[in-house]
Every structure is written in C-alpha cells, then in structure tokens.
Write a protein that binds this ligand. Structure first.
Ligand SMILES: C[S@@+](CC[C@H](N)C(=O)[O-])C[C@H]1O[C@@H](n2cnc3c(N)ncnc32)[C@H](O)[C@@H]1O
Length: 791
C-alpha cells in the first residue's frame, strides 16, 4: 500500500484524505484513472491477483518433500514433528497426485494415522484411516490399521470386517496367514454389538456447536434515536441471564494469527487430524463437515460401484455393504447450509493470504451478494442491501486514503482472480469503500476464552511446587464477523447484555434485569470499572467515530471516581481526590446527575447499589442536592481537604516502573524472592498515594500475586490475589467476568497450596459467574473439570 500511496500526486492525496461520503464517486474515479495508467500499479496488483504468479496453489513437489521429512521423523520416533510435516503435506498435495502406486493424499492420511496412533490419539487416527479409504477403497494397509484401531476401541464387529477386507486385498500367502491370525485375536466379536452408526463417519463429527434458543417470552424491537441511530430495546421485562438473541454470521473470516491453530469455518481449535481445503493450501478445517460447508469438496474417489462389487465379489454381502459404507462420501448439506464463503479465494492467487482481514471479509460479502444474485456487477446497490450503518465522513484522513487503496486493490483482485464480470469502475470502488467502513463499525471480533496451560493441573494434595505461571483465562480473538441483527445493538460502557460465541454463532444474554422499553446495549470494548471515562470516550471516538453518551459516561458513578483516584491527605478520611484531567471529565457529567426520568430511577438504584464503604468514598457528593454539586481537582470529594499532589505522580510512576521490571523478570522465568521485596515496596508506595480502590493497585496486587506464586510464596500469593479481588469488587459488579478471571487465579493458588476446601468454594463461585455469562461448553468444561478434580 505504501508503494501505491507514493504514486499519488499531492493534490489528489489531499482531496481523498478530506473527502466526505458524497465525494466518493469522484475520488474513486480520479484514483482509478491514475492507477490504471501506471505500470507500477499493474505490476503490484498482478502479484496479488494472478494465480500464475501466486504461491497459494497446491504443489506436488513441496508435498512430497514434506512427506519425506515426515517419514524421517517417524523413523526416528519424533512423532510430533512427523505429525506437523504430514499435516503440512496434506495441505500442499494436489488431489490427483500419485506417489508410487498410491494416491499421495491417501498415503499421507494413512501415514498421519500411524503417527496419531503412536501418539495415543486413537479416534483421530481412525478418522484419518477413513479419509485414506474414501480416496482409495483398495488400500489394504488402511483397512488393516482401521481394524487395529477398531479393536482398540472395542468395535469388534467393525474390526473383524476391516481386517477381512484387508486380507482379501493381500496378495501374499504369508501376509494372508498373518491377517488370519489377527482376525482370531479379535475378542469374541460375534457377541459384541457394533456401534449403531459409525461414530467416525464425517457426518457424525461436525465440530460446530449448537446455539441455545432465545427465551420464548423475549421480544425485542428496533428503534431509532437522534443520538445513537438505530438500536434495540426490550418490549417486555427481561430477567437477568436470559438469552435474548442468537444469530449466525452474515459473513466471517478467521484472524490471521489463528490460521494455523483454528478451524477456518467454525473457528474452534483444530484437532490433530485437521483437514485441508481440496483446492488450495490456505484453510484448514476441524472436520469434513466444516470443509464442505465452507465450499470445499470432500476428498473422495467416487469409485465405480460396479468395480467395488467385482473386486470384492468373494466377500459376504454384509462386508461389501461395510466397504460401501466406509468409502462413500456420505455427507450432504443443502445449498443454504453450504456457505461457500471461501470458494472464490482458492484459485491460487496471493491476495486472500496477503490482504488484511477487513478486506478478505469485504471480498466474502461482495461474492456472497453476487452469488445470491442480489447485487449488480458494479455493486451499485450493495449499500442498500446490506443496510449497515457507517461513519466514513468522520474517519481520519489516513484511514480514508487506506480505504480507497484497499478497495481498488480488492475489486481488481476479485475481478482478475475469480469474478471476471465484476467491473472495476468508480461505482464498485465507491461501494467497496463504504462496505469497508461498515465493516469497521459493525464487525465483531469473534473471541474464545482460553486458559493458560492445563487448567488447574496443580495437585490438590498440595505437594506440587508452583513452577508454572498461575492459571488464568484470557480471551483470544479468533475471527471477525458481520451479524445483520447483532450489529443493531448499540454500545454502553455499563452494558446490560453480554455476548459470546459458539463456533461462528453469536449469543446474547442479559447481565441484569432489563425493564420494558429499556435499551439493550453491549460493550464494544471499554467498560466502566475497566477503563476510566476519558479513555473510554477517546477509544470509542477513534474506533467507532461517536461520542459516547451512555449512562456510564454521562452520569457520575463510583467506579469512575475511584479508578484513577488519589487518597485524601487526611489519613482517617476514605474520600477520593481527582487530578485535573479526571476532575474535568467527571464534572462534565454533573449536568446529567440524578436527572434520569422518573420511570428509570428504580433501575438506576439497582445499578448503583454499592456497598456502604464505597458509597462513603464520595459521600458528600452523593448526598448533596444535584444543583450544588461541584468537583474540583486536588480537593477531597468527601471532606474537602486540599491535596498538594507535588511529587506523587513521579513516585507512582517509579513504583510502576519497578513492577514492570518484575513483569519482565517473570516472563523470562527469573522471578525470585529478591524481586518480591521490590514488589512489596512498590505496592506500599502505590497505597500511600493512590486511593484504596484505584484500579492500579488491583493490577499491582495481581502482579505481586503472580511473582509470589512463582517464587513459591503461596501464602503471600493468595493474600495479594485476594487483595486484588477486593478492589475489583468495588469497581465492578459482584459477578463481573473480570472478577471471575481473578478467581480462576485464586483457585489455582489455593490448589497449589493444598487448600482444597478453599479452592472448591472459589471454583463454585467462579462457576456461577461463568454460567451466568456463557453456555460455552469449553469454559464450562474447564470449570467442571476443576470441581470434579477437587471433589
Ligand atoms: C454497530 S452500529 C450500531 C447500530 C447503529 N446505531 C445503526 O443505526 O445501525 C455502531 C454505531 O452506532 C452508533 N452508536 C452505538 N452506540 C452508541 C452510543 N453509546 N452513543 C452514540 N452512538 C452510538 C455509532 O454511530 C456507532 O458507530
């Protein structure tokens, strides 16, 4: 993009950077005219769009080379590396490539099945045998391995049939004899039931999670207001933790950082036997079901049924039926289920691998609209059909230029690599710029909760030393998706709904009781308690182009008063002192303070139900009549004492620098007892100057807990972790996920120190928190596991 930018004359550059949405046809036209005449442009885009110049096609030679390396690793019993090489080789192998007298792909699946078997991954290994047999039904070794694996799994009837098929394909007498021996070794198969269905058939191991149902009584309505545009409100009273909305995405794309670790369709973590796209090496899927729904084809060789009968004519009918059952590609999806979002990307060109996720997502939206016959080939009606809002005119100049360049490149790439009818003209570029700006404000990051390391692997008996970092839950961004109705929910820094994802699906639940007529709002990122008010406002202006006027940003709340607050000079006073920056921001809210409409007062009282000692922090402010409220910098909000901040900023910064250094030492595994005394000194400095509920102290306590844990000082570790939780409880509501995350750490410390009763209680509490927020089986499973382990 930088190269393209340098080709634009200064006056055109300025016109583009200062353009409004009404100027887009003209700015797109001028840029297109310029670029289409320039050889440098043609060279740059042909490297992206021309499949001949791309490196995103299958490559037999590379696949064979990877297979050879896999074989070497296998021979030296380095199974982990062998698995990696074989998996890479399956991605590069063309479906028609032959190695010796076998299909390359089938032999790779069987080799990988051997590795998986050696790694103890029996089910995964069985699935790979299945894949090999679907491609080559006459693959004796694959039938043999399948038989061995089925024996291991107790599927004796299947094992008997598999080995019988393998024996019928074996030409040598010695081999036949040996297999006969194996058959006899299968435990009393006649008396064992075979599985009702083949558990390892592709149609039976779809990785996609099912979405819960919306509560039947829940009714939502879309309303439009001058401040926020469209938004969703409740048409009835809605109880806390009700599922209010579920939705599959209009379009979705995997994050670049997760391309090797997560399924490109359902976005769940990849199993060891991931399957590649049939036509290109870019995506990998957790199962055939995801592979097909994404637009790929099943790796199969629809063998002539006649020939099958002929080859296996001496075998009994039930075994021939077994062969047909195992080798057929019996997995069907209706046209609506096959989303085919990837199909246009697998022509070998580089652009899907190189362009940013936003652009790949835009490409998917465009191709979906074209394939469904909804948009013209100059995309002129794209904006109307999508109906997403956008804020192009409010974007910063650099972003406007970026969007122009990206749109021209994307339209060119789509047209040259997969959709020749798509016209590269000012209309299509204009619509693509609008689409990209819609993606900016409407797309959601699809996230997953991930625990660091094996969850609670410490021994509850307490005799395991704490060498690993404390267990914690973190969110990872696995994809980016557009949801048509989901995008109508506005933002609030004090949200009343929480969203989570199951596979690609979006689920929204209320986090509190929502009265009829009240807006249903989620957080786009910043939340009261997590960020201070000015940072939240700045973030939303930069990323979403609006000035937030939610109740968190327009009404005084305790969290915003204390989050960056200093303590009062009067050591007996619990009041809070604000610096000038925070005081300006908070006093701006006073106009709105206590002016909420009568009908909503009850709701606010519920929200502001804070424990007595937190209310005390700003008690004078909270008890004064709204007209006489006044927030001044450097003055305690409770007792009015003046605080000369003097060098306290410098002292606080110095303490933080110490703590950051400890962080680095911990990350490089060099935390020891001597760094602990540094930590404790720093905490004590922070506690001298900052208000007791300042978020910085909670963060510092968390770090110190981690350092103590690594140094084996488990009693102190627990003390600091609990101190962090205590502060978080002042800043957030009791059952906020942030508190849950800190409790995960506490439970892990308790387990390591042998306090199984404490860990049991903590785990129950955090399980309650997570179960209110999510039905994500991955998170629940982890929590459940810890409970079972401990009990
Ligand atoms: C995902 S859309 C939400 C739906 C949007 N209101 C509509 O009409 O389509 C995000 C946009 O809604 C508006 N918005 C959302 N939350 C807001 C808030 N708290 N205050 C002001 N505007 C808001 C902003 O324009 C933002 O860029």
């Amino acid at each position: 993009m930088e190269k393209l930018k340098s080709l634009i004359p200064e006056d055109l550059l300025q016109t583009v950077k200062t353009s409004s949405v009404d100027d887009l046809l003209s700015t797109s036209s001028s840029l297109l005219c310029l670029f289409l005449q320039l050889p440098q442009f043609h060279q740059a885009v042909s490297e992206l769009a021309n499949p001949e110049l791309g490196c995103c096609g299958k490559n037999e030679k590379t696949s064979l080379d990877l297979k050879r390396r896999g074989n070497l690793c296998f021979r030296s019993r380095n199974f982990d590396d062998a698995l990696r090489y074989y998996s890479k080789a399956t991605r590069m192998a063309p479906s028609d490539a032959i190695d010796g007298d076998k299909s390359l792909l089938a032999s790779l699946f069987l080799n990988r099945a051997n590795v998986l078997h050696n790694l103890g991954l029996v089910k995964e290994s069985l699935r790979d045998c299945h894949r090999a047999l679907r491609i080559d039904p006459y693959y004796a070794k694959a039938w043999y391995r399948r038989g061995k694996l089925n024996t291991l799994l107790g599927n004796c009837k299947d094992a008997f049939r598999d080995i019988t098929v393998s024996m019928s394909l074996e030409s040598s007498l010695v081999g036949k004899k040996q297999l006969q021996h194996e058959l006899k070794a299968i435990p009393d198969y006649q008396n064992k039931q075979t599985l009702e269905y083949d558990e390892y058939h592709p149609s039976n191991y779809a990785g996609v999670d099912h979405l819960p149902s919306v509560q039947s009584e829940v009714k939502l309505r879309c309303v439009t207001t001058a401040e926020k545009g469209r938004g969703m409100v409740s048409e009835c009273d809605i109880e806390q933790a009700s599922v209010i909305h579920v939705e599959q995405p209009f379009s979705v794309v995997i994050s670049k950082s997760c391309r090797e670790t997560h399924c490109h369709f359902c976005l769940n973590e990849l199993p060891a036997d991931a399957v590649p796209c049939q036509s290109c090496p870019i995506p990998v899927y957790c199962s055939e079901s995801c592979q097909i729904q994404s637009g790929g084809m099943l790796s199969t060789n629809e063998t002539d049924k006649h020939q099958l009968h002929h080859t296996f004519q001496d075998l009994p009918d039930d075994i021939v039926e077994h062969i047909k059952g195992v080798t057929s590609a019996d997995i069907h999806y209706s046209e609506t289920e096959c989303i085919q979002e990837h199909q246009h990307e697998c022509h070998g060109a580089n652009w899907p691998a190189v362009l940013p996720s936003d652009a790949v997502l835009a490409g998917r939206v465009i191709m979906k609209s074209i394939n469904q016959g909804k948009t013209a080939m100059d995309l002129s009606n794209l904006q109307e059909i999508l109906e997403f809002s956008h804020s192009y005119s409010k974007m910063n100049p650099e972003s406007k230029l970026e969007l122009h360049l990206l749109s021209i490149v994307l339209v060119w790439c789509l047209s040259k690599s997969c959709c020749p009818d798509l016209s590269v003209c000012e209309a299509s570029v204009t619509q693509t710029i609008i689409l990209l700006s819609q993606i900016k404000v409407n797309s959601m990051a699809v996230v997953r909760m991930k625990s660091s390391g094996d969850f609670f692997k410490c021994n509850p008996s307490g005799n395991v030393s704490a060498k690993e970092p404390i267990q914690s839950l973190e969110q990872i961004r696995v994809g980016q998706a557009l949801y048509k109705t989901g995008s109508l929910f506005n933002h609030s820094c004090k949200p009343n709904i929480h969203l989570y994802f199951l596979s690609r699906g979006l689920v929204m639940r209320t986090t509190e009781f929502v009265p009829v007529g009240f807006p249903l709002e989620l957080s786009y990122g910043p939340e009261v308690g997590k960020w201070d008010c000015k940072d939240r406002i700045r973030f939303l202006e930069d990323e979403y182009f609006f000035h937030c006027g939610c109740r968190g940003c327009s009404q005084v709340n305790i969290s915003d008063l204390v989050i960056n607050g200093y303590c009062c000079v009067n050591k007996k006073c619990t009041g809070v002192v604000l610096d000038s920056c925070a005081a300006t921001c908070e006093s701006g809210k006073l106009n709105h303070f206590l002016t909420a409409p009568e009908s909503l007062d009850h709701h606010f009282q519920l929200r502001e139900k804070v424990c007595a000692n937190v209310r005390e922090v700003a008690s004078s402010l909270l008890t004064k009549p709204s007209g006489s409220l006044h927030i001044e910098p450097d003055i305690c909000l409770k007792c009015g004492s003046r605080y000369n901040m003097g060098n306290c900023h410098a002292e606080v910064n110095k303490a933080w620098n110490h703590l950051r250094r400890v962080d680095q030492l911990m990350n490089s595994g060099r935390a020891n007892v001597s760094v602990l005394s540094d930590c404790l000194r720093s905490i004590s400095v922070l506690r001298t100057f900052l208000h007791m509920y300042n978020k910085d102290i909670a963060d510092a306590e968390d770090k110190v807990a981690q350092a103590c844990y690594l140094a084996g000082e488990l009693v102190d570790s627990r003390k600091h972790c609990e101190a962090s939780i205590k502060i978080l409880k002042r800043l957030y509501e009791d059952e906020h996920v942030v508190i849950g995350n800190e409790m995960v750490k506490l439970a892990s410390i308790q387990l390591a120190s042998g306090d199984s009763n404490g860990a049991w209680d903590t785990t129950k509490r955090l399980s309650q928190i997570f179960s209110k927020l999510s039905e994500n089986p991955r998170v629940d499973k982890q929590i459940l596991f810890s409970i079972q382990y401990d009990s």
